[in-house]
Design a protein around this ligand. Structure first.
Ligand SMILES: [Zn+2]
Length: 317
């Protein structure tokens, strides 16, 4: 092998030599040649610089790639966390909305059932407090007896007799010792009217159940007079309305309406089925001796025809 041939072989092996991928013999052969050949040493120097540069560039690219990869991983984690938060929020919203709607629907169904009954007694105990005026606090209790179309509502101040689909009614006032026999041109009462005291949820909450407004309400569990209740709260920092619903019967047992430092209003309800007797709703008691001194008056309470039509339309609902 002459010098020129050797130089050529050594040049061919440059990259493998620099990367140290030659076998021991070849490695030594190149090493020995380089020690004696200036020309090849120069050539190797340039190749070495190039290879090193390439390695450097490789390293830089790898480093940058790693950086980008790391960022993508962080983004992935953030995305997953966001998705989990959205999922949990969605579940909370769904649960709240479902709990509220379900309760409102059950209470409303119960009210419709109560309206269809023929014999029941209702008591409503009202407590009112005006925080601004100490003297403006009062309590009031009213009892409704309903049997087969006849209704008597009674308090310690008055008695009212009404009948389903009737144009007439009787009012008795203890204070003024007077009895009014009223004759109207509109129907004073439809079946189930007395159950109206339980209708707050049905009339006000049912239309918004299953909508986004459900989220304005919270439902908690609590106990009132030994009754396990759901408490539906609608309120803010200044006021609230709590409606207490018997967990077993879905009948409203209490309503509290408070405006902090302004007023407090509470109504406590009881509902009993099949306890009313004929005597409870009999207006002929007014013929008893104790009413002899009462002033008795026949009163016509006629209203304009267009108002009658409005009342009829409401009654027809
Ligand atoms: Zn050489």
């Amino acid at each position: 092998m002459d010098k020129k041939e050797e130089c050529e072989i050594v040049k061919d092996l440059a990259v493998q030599y620099i990367e140290k991928s030659l076998n021991g013999g070849s490695q030594n052969f190149v090493k020995n040649h380089l020690e004696t050949c200036e020309n090849c040493r120069k050539y190797y120097k340039t190749i070495e610089d190039t290879v090193c540069n390439e390695n450097e560039q490789d390293k830089m690219i790898k480093k940058q790639f790693k950086k980008v990869h790391k960022r993508i991983n962080i983004l992935k984690i953030i995305l997953v966390v966001i998705l989990i938060i959205i999922l949990i929020a969605g579940l909370v919203v769904w649960y709240k909305e479902a709990t509220f709607s379900n309760l409102v629907n059950k209470v409303s169904e119960k009210v419709e059932y109560m309206e269809s009954l023929d014999n029941y007694k209702i008591t409503v105990k009202t407590i009112n407090k005006d925080f601004k005026k100490e003297s403006n606090s009062w309590e009031f209790e009213e009892t409704y007896y309903y049997k087969n179309g006849k209704l008597k509502s009674e308090s310690n101040q008055s008695i009212f007799f009404n009948e389903d689909d009737s144009y007439d009614s009787i009012s008795v006032f203890y204070d003024s010792q007077s009895i009014y026999y009223e004759h109207s041109n509109y129907v004073r009462q439809k079946k189930g009217s007395a159950v109206g005291v339980f209708s707050y949820i049905k009339e006000n909450y049912k239309p918004i159940a299953s909508t986004i407004y459900s989220l304005a309400f919270s439902v908690r569990e609590d106990r009132f007079n030994g009754i396990e209740c759901y408490v539906i709260r609608f309120g803010d920092r200044n006021s609230y309305r709590d409606i207490w619903v018997d967990k077993n019967t879905y009948i409203t047992v209490r309503e509290v309406n408070e405006s902090y430092s302004h007023f407090y209003n509470e109504r406590v309800f009881t509902f009993e089925e099949n306890v009313v007797t004929d005597a409870d709703v009999d207006s002929s008691i007014l013929n008893l001796e104790e009413y002899n001194d009462y002033t008795k008056m026949e009163v016509n309470t006629k209203i304009p025809q267009e108002q009658v039509e409005i009342i009829d339309a409401i009654n027809a609902q």
